[in-house]
Design a protein around this ligand. Structure first.
Ligand SMILES: NC(=O)c1ccc[n+]([C@@H]2O[C@H](COP(=O)([O-])OP(=O)(O)OC[C@H]3O[C@@H](n4cnc5c(N)ncnc54)[C@H](OP(=O)(O)O)[C@@H]3O)[C@@H](O)[C@H]2O)c1
Length: 248
């Protein structure tokens, strides 16, 4: 592990999948890391255990980021335990697919989690980042925003919204030392894609430059770079980590 810095990172949905890889990648770079999860306490505890074995300073908080009270409690808890939040990684997200003409509450549920929660959390941390003159906000998007998969109007719209939010916040806070970016994975092997159709797998194999699903660790390494000092000139961007599936 790199020498521990005083920088504090908050990762949403850090117990499993891509979020877990992000937590561990930031720990390896010496960040002190807090993460939240919604319900899988066993996975969260296992992630803390793994991080602690490498001498990481990590803790987990149960919080549903779609709930205002939970978001406030989460941010307050991290500040109390670790101090000002320097890095926010909005990772928690979900899909709830269905044909558009029948989609009712699934629209709101996906937009609430994948778009509104990242914005509300950014609002809660950005003043502290401005006061320190340094901050990093990364939201995990999806190449769905570019490709527009059928049955995913809610998810595609939310992830496209994240990219717009990113561009706007980057312009608003760049002069205060805060960078804001979106990292957009392609198809990654996680619980979210466990039931991916054969069609999706064939599509990736045939049409991506690398011809394979990407790993959560590969996404996490890009996030870790974006939140580093060295990435100071990268802001307002959407960086695809998709094995070359999106061509434009
Ligand atoms: N997997 C892919 O192929 C893929 C591709 C493109 C983009 N993405 C994006 O990458 C991000 C992570 O996806 P993933 O595949 O790693 O998902 P995942 O394996 O399903 O894990 C989701 C994580 O988010 C947490 N979470 C879900 N709802 C939450 C809520 N309301 N409040 C707080 N935490 C919540 C879960 O907590 P619990 O463990 O407690 O349930 C879990 O830790 C998402 O934004 C997703 O849209 C994924």
């Amino acid at each position: 592990m790199a020498a521990r810095s005083e920088r504090v990172a908050l990762v949403t949905g850090g117990g499993r999948g891509i979020g877990r890889s992000v937590v561990l990648a930031l720990v390896r770079r010496g960040f002190r890391v807090a993460f939240c999860y919604r319900s899988d306490t066993a996975a969260a505890e296992a992630c803390v255990q793994t991080a602690t074995e490498t001498d990481g300073d990590v803790f987990a908080v149960q919080a549903d980021v779609t709930l205002e009270a939970d978001r406030t409690r989460l941010v307050d808890t991290v500040r109390d335990r670790m101090g000002a939040i320097d890095v926010l990684v909005n990772n928690a997200g979900t899909t709830e697919d269905g044909v558009a003409f029948r989609m009712k509450e699934a629209w709101d549920r996906v937009v609430d989690l994948d778009l509104t929660a990242p914005f509300r959390l950014a609002q809660l941390v950005i003043r502290g980042m401005m006061s320190n003159g340094w901050g990093r906000i990364v939201t995990i998007g999806s190449i769905a925003s570019r490709l527009g998969f059928p049955g995913q109007a809610n998810y595609t719209a939310a992830k496209a919204g994240v990219e717009g939010m990113t561009r706007s916040l980057a312009q608003e806070y760049g002069r205060r030392g805060v960078t804001v970016n979106t990292v957009s994975p392609g198809f990654i092997e996680t619980d979210l894609t466990r039931d991916a159709s054969d069609l999706a797998r064939t599509y990736v194999e045939n049409y991506s430059a690398l011809g394979r699903f990407v790993t959560a660790d590969a996404v996490a390494e890009v996030v870790a770079f974006i939140v580093s000092d060295q990435a100071w000139a990268v802001t307002g961007q959407t960086i695809n980590v998709d094995g070359g599936l999106v061509k434009l």
